[in-house]
Every structure is written in structure tokens, then in C-alpha cells.
Design a protein around this ligand. Structure first.
Ligand code: DAH
Length: 359
């Protein structure tokens, strides 16, 4: 039996020097020096030799074993050295690998956070209320009369009363999906005495047919401030500061008299159109064309507001004539649509990633 000892040695050396990891070296150790490896195979064949051939063969096998062992050890220490050199020359100040973005906040969430952040700087705290509300907080407490059209079942989602207890259900016990965030005024004022400055974001529900500008569920932000001697000027100043931060310093505000049962006096607030800007600077010929955002009116309605009605203070048990305050409410989808130039409210609820990834 004869082996090409030199060829085996050279082949093994080449293979070992190409190994680039601890695992690869271990695999080669097993291949050559393992219990069923090449060297074991070679030494196993010694029994086929004559007694005179054996010493020479044994010497060569032993020599090969020592060589392979050394090759493996040398490669291990080469790799270790390379590793520590890599660490020494590694620049820790390099910027990290970017983490792939796997999601973003929904544009409605972003808009809520932006609005609450502005009011937070003005000293308002954020409070949330339940989406299932009782009829008193949603209507009666807010001075909304029994015959008000918004109480109609066509305009509010009423929940079926529990049929287990057979007692007739009073209005106070009836539940509904809140149709606005204003009932949180009642909840907070019942629990806390002024001074209060509160902002309330959340979902509201109305049985409207869905189209480009209506949805049966949408979001509102309610705000209110109660203290002694709060005036309409405080309301105007607060809302102007807010709108200028959200839409830009140059924005103009317009307060139009309006009616809400829970405020007196009440107003609707418009901001000057941020697209055609016709109320921000002299009208040029170009701007006389119909604007796609304001339709050429130059004003965009963004919220309702007013001075909190004395009946509301009475309903929460505040002493007569002691406090005054203002309240306002706005639709978040509408603000987000104006801010980002979105023309269909349904886009917010369809979860189409092609839309959501743009924010
Ligand atoms: N709750 C009203 C709505 O849903 C919005 C609103 C108007 C809230 C005037 C107010 C307010 O607090 O003063 O249409």
C-alpha cells in the first residue's frame, strides 16, 4: 500500500489556509484528524502491511499527523489575530447602519399629536373619555334640548338597552356612541374644580352615509378652559395662537357668529385658505381662478367655539356666576385633509399602504 504523502499534506494545507471561521476549521479537523477522519483511515490500513514495512509507514503517518495539527493551530491563531486587528482599525465613530423603517404613525395620529403638542405648550392637559357614552353627558348635560335634531336616531347611534332587566330604561340610562367629544367637558367638570385647561382627542360616531367628505366614524378634538373672568378675547387669542402654529404665522382668522346649545355666544372659525392665500395678500389675476381647496371663497371653516353656557356650569354643579370659560371643537380629518391636501376622507380608513407610506 502506498500513499502520496506529499500530495495529502499539500492538499490539506491549502484547504486549512482557506478556512475563514472557527466552524470551518473545526470541520477540517474532523475531516483529517477525527475518529473517522483521513488519518484514522490511514493508520487503520497498517495491519495490511508486513512487519518490515510497518515502522516506516508509522513514521510517515505520525509526521503527517503532526503537520496537520500544526496547520490547524496556525490557522486558528491567524484568524484570532485578524479579528483583533479588525477591532483595532474599526472606526466606532462611523454612523450606524440605518434600521429599515417598518411603519409610521397614521396621519390622523400625527395630526392629533401635533395639535395636542401645541395646546400642551399653551398649558392644556390632554384627557380622554369613553366612546360609549350616556345620553346625559352627550346631550342633556351640554344643554342640548330634548327636541334637538342631533338627538334623532338618524343622527346618533343608540345602543340597545339590556333586555335582562325588564324595567323601562330612562334617558339617563340610555347609552350611545358619542357623537362628539364635548361630553368629556361634563365628565371633567363634574370631577374637578376650575381652573381647568383641557384638550380631548378621540373618535366620534354618526350614522352618515360614507362619501368623500363623510364617514360614520371620525376624530375630533375638544378643548375647554374654565377659570374666573375668562373672556371671548382669551378664546380668540388662544385659537389664533393655535392656528398660526399649525398652519403658519401668516394665516388669517375669521370668527363668524353661530349657534351651539352649549356655548353663548358661539362662533364658527375660518382660516384663510393656505392654497390660494387670497386673504393673505392682494388678489392677483391668477388668484381669481377657482381654488380647489376653498372653491374661491378664500376661507376654510375649521372649528366651532364659544363661551361655555351658564346652564352647562349649573349641570356640573358649579356655583352660579362664579366661573366663566370657553370651549371649542374641531374635526381632525378635516384639519389633516387641509394640511396635507387630501381630498377623500375614506383614505384615512382604508389602510392602503400606498397612501399611509406617504406620511
Ligand atoms: N361639538 C360640536 C360638534 O360636534 C363642536 C363644538 C362646537 C364644540 C362648539 C365646542 C363648541 O366645544 O364650543 O359639532
Amino acid at each position: 500500500m502506498s500513499f502520496d504523502w506529499t500530495a495529502i499534506e499539500q492538499e490539506a494545507q491549502k484547504e486549512i489556509n482557506q478556512a475563514s471561521s472557527g466552524e470551518a476549521i473545526e470541520a477540517l479537523r474532523i475531516k483529517y484528524l477525527g475518529r473517522q477522519g483521513l488519518l484514522a483511515e490511514i493508520t487503520g490500513s497498517i495491519s495490511a502491511l508486513s512487519a518490515s514495512e510497518r515502522p516506516e509507514f508509522g513514521k510517515k503517518a505520525n509526521y503527517l499527523k503532526n503537520k496537520l495539527t500544526r496547520f490547524l493551530e496556525e490557522r486558528v491563531s491567524q484568524l484570532k489575530e485578524k479579528e483583533s486587528q479588525d477591532l483595532e482599525t474599526f472606526d466606532l465613530t462611523l454612523p450606524g447602519e440605518p434600521i429599515p423603517q417598518i411603519g409610521t404613525r397614521h396621519p390622523i395620529t400625527q395630526t392629533i399629536q401635533e395639535i395636542t403638542a401645541i395646546f400642551s405648550k399653551l398649558g392644556f392637559v390632554t384627557v380622554e373619555g369613553p366612546e360609549v357614552e350616556n345620553e346625559y353627558n352627550n346631550f342633556s348635560g351640554l344643554n342640548i334640548p330634548l327636541d334637538h335634531p342631533s338627538r334623532d336616531a338618524f343622527d346618533t347611534f343608540y345602543l340597545k338597552p339590556e333586555t335582562r332587566n325588564q324595567k323601562p330604561v330612562t334617558r339617563k340610562e340610555r347609552f350611545l356612541l358619542r357623537s362628539h367629544t364635548s361630553p368629556v367637558q361634563i365628565r371633567v367638570m363634574k370631577e374637578h374644580k376650575p381652573p381647568l385647561a383641557v384638550i380631548v382627542p378621540g373618535k366620534v360616531y354618526r350614522p352618515d352615509a360614507v362619501d368623500a367628505s363623510h364617514s360614520f366614524v371620525f376624530h375630533q378634538i375638544e378643548g375647554f378652559l374654565v377659570d374666573q373672568e375668562v373672556s371671548f378675547a382669551d378664546l380668540k387669542g388662544t385659537l389664533t395662537a393655535f392656528a398660526q402654529r399649525l398652519f403658519g404665522e401668516k394665516i388669517q382668522m375669521r370668527f363668524r357668529p353661530h349657534f351651539f346649545p352649549f356655548t353663548e355666544p358661539s362662533a364658527e372659525v375660518d382660516i384663510s385658505c393656505m392654497l390660494c392665500k387670497r386673504n393673505q395678500k392682494p388678489v392677483t389675476r391668477n388668484q381669481e381662478k377657482k381654488c380647489s381647496v376653498c372653491g374661491g371663497k378664500g376661507w376654510l371653516e375649521i372649528l366651532g367655539c364659544g363661551m361655555i353656557h351658564p346652564n352647562v356650569f349649573a349641570n356640573v354643579g358649579y356655583p352660579k356666576d362664579k366661573y366663566s370659560g370657553f370651549a371649542f371643537g374641531m374635526g381632525i380629518e378635516r384639519i389633516a385633509m387641509l394640511k396635507y391636501g387630501i381630498n377623500d376622507i375614506r383614505l384615512f380608513f382604508e389602510n392602503d399602504l400606498r397612501f399611509l407610506r406617504q406620511f
